[in-house]
Design a protein around this ligand. Structure first.
Ligand code: ADP
Length: 498
């Protein structure tokens, strides 16, 4: 018989545009992976929907493909871990098990009016104190309210307990096991979950008109979620780890100690800092969220996001045609000694934390006759680091701790200029992991911990291998001067509203 350590963990990474399955071995190496995109639906401006059945089918197909690519059978999979796009909400029929509406995606802004109404009724602090979140359409609760307000038949069925709701993890768990469950990190993104009491909050559910009995049972991130239904794979596989994508990335980076942080550089940036076993309520407009719950212990995080990060590079490529590929931005930025006083505030869709200004728009400052595309490209890359530094500074102020280093992942970490500039402007080392699929790895770790595949966090910490490290090399005077100039640019951009 094979030793357990010769077996593998299968990780489901259900993202916004594609579903992926990655198979990891005991060392955390990738043995095989499969990916499938699925359609996005935009029924109205600002609305985004997914078909839950298409999500499930794409996830299931990639699981089968990854298994067949690895040449392994289901019996060699010790456990499944799940990580997923957060906040997206699914409603399904308890009897038939089929989705009754399209999923309302995290990006969907349809519940803006409901959020404004709640703020006008003075409820922002109530929600913030219980959930750590803001009243923004981003989170699931007001999306669900919108569905019930606009479909009274659905609302009646909810009252009667004929339908069930959940985030994407919950939907996949339902399809995989027939059980109605969710994990605590996903629950903490709904505006319905009290992160201190660790239960669905009856007051908030009542304000939002959500019957509490349609919500899933909340489990730890590393826990027994049941086994796969017969017929899905050649044998039943236990599911023992679940976390939202950003929390899974924090875990995959091994940020287990308070004061450790990661930044994911994708289309936007997502920064999370571990704050230990007590929630830290932000005085700097960050979110407070559950990082994970393992073996009865809850760990919390501060979170902030930059809406436009890698997307500014796509804009330079697709709209301004200054570069042909994202990668070219690096050579072009390095072709000039500095941005020559140019600052780009890429507030194309407003600014997120710590500014939270939905009405500010993108602005370019400091132009002279001698400014060329290289300076603008350089300023664009620098803006990603400035925005991230704003979040890191807010986190340090809120938590009272200084970061020792920043773990980084995501597509734009391929840009060495950006990584070096981040190290310089934040005055901390930035390190990149050997395994780029850190989110899926985090879910695998959570699953493997529960089933004894890995013993404890120490063992997992030792597996984190650094691929590259960028040491800070900018003197303090210059750093302070640049951040001051950046803040001036942000303030000026906020002023310009016509
Ligand atoms: P997401 O998961 O949000 O789709 P990815 O992690 O795949 O994002 O990263 C893609 C983003 O990274 C794009 O916005 C792209 O412009 C940016 N990007 C990719 N490579 C580079 C590079 N070498 N320099 C700067 N940005 C890059």
């Amino acid at each position: 018989m094979k030793k357990t350590t010769d077996k593998v963990i299968m990780s489901f990474d259900q993202g916004t545009t594609s579903s992926r399955t990655i198979i990891f071995d005991h060392e955390g190496n990738i043995l095989s992976q499969a990916q499938k995109e699925f359609p996005q639906y935009y029924p109205q401006p600002g609305w985004v929907e997914h078909d839950p059945e298409e999500i499930w089918n794409s996830q299931y197909e990639t699981a089968r493909d990854a298994l067949s690519l690895s040449g392994l059978s289901a019996t060699e999979v010790v456990a499944i871990g799940i990580t997923n796009q957060r906040e997206t909400i699914v409603v399904w029929d308890k009897q038939t098990g089929k989705a009754v509406t399209r999923a309302v995606v995290w990006q969907c802004r349809r519940s803006t009016g409901i959020c404004e109404e709640l703020v006008a009724n003075g409820l922002e602090t109530e929600f913030r104190n219980r959930t750590g979140l803001r009243l923004d359409p981003y989170f699931s609760g007001t999306k669900l309210s919108w569905l019930f307000r606009n479909n009274s038949a659905l609302r009646d069925r909810a009252e009667k307990g004929e339908i069930l709701v959940g985030t994407i993890d919950s939907w996949l768990l339902w399809k995989l096991t027939g059980q109605h469950r969710t994990d605590i990190t996903n629950a903490s993104r709904t505006l319905l979950f009290n992160i201190t009491d660790e239960r669905w909050d009856p007051v908030l559910c009542s304000i939002l008109g959500i019957p509490i009995h349609i919500l899933p049972e909340v489990k730890q991130s590393s826990d027994d979620y049941g086994t796969t239904l017969s017929g899905l794979f050649d044998c039943s596989i236990p599911i023992t780890g679940v976390a939202g994508d950003q929390q899974a990335a924090l875990f995959g980076h091994g940020c287990f100690n308070p004061g450790t942080a990661k930044n994911t550089y994708g289309t936007g940036c997502f920064t999370l800092m571990n704050t230990g076993n007590h929630p830290v309520w932000s005085s700097n407009n960050l979110l407070t969220t559950v990082a994970w719950k393992i073996r009865g212990k809850t760990t919390y995080a501060l979170e902030g996001s930059v809406f436009i990060a890698g997307a500014v590079i796509q804009w330079l490529r697709d709209e301004l045609h200054m570069i042909q590929t994202s990668a070219e931005s690096e050579q072009l930025a390095l072709s000039v000694p500095d941005s020559a006083g140019v600052f780009l505030v890429p507030a194309f869709v407003g600014l997120g934390a710590p500014y939270w200004d939905p009405d500010v728009r993108g602005s370019l400052f400091g132009l002279t006759r001698g400014i060329g595309s290289a300076h603008i490209v350089r300023a664009a890359l620098e803006s990603i680091a400035y925005q991230s530094e704003d979040l890191l500074a807010a986190m340090c102020a809120d938590s009272g701790t200084c970061l020792e280093s920043l773990k980084a992942d995501g597509g734009a970490t391929a840009n060495a200029f950006l990584m070096q500039f981040q190290a310089n402007i934040s005055a901390i080392p930035v390190s990149l992991p050997e395994v780029v699929e850190i989110t899926a790895l985090g879910a695998a770790y959570l699953a493997g911990l529960h089933c004894g595949y890995w013993d404890n966090l120490d063992e997992i910490s030792r597996k984190w291998k650094e691929k590259k490290r960028f040491e800070p090399s900018m003197d303090k005077e210059e750093r302070v001067y640049r951040m001051k100039a950046w803040h001036k640019a942000v303030c000026s951009a906020k002023e310009f509203k016509v």
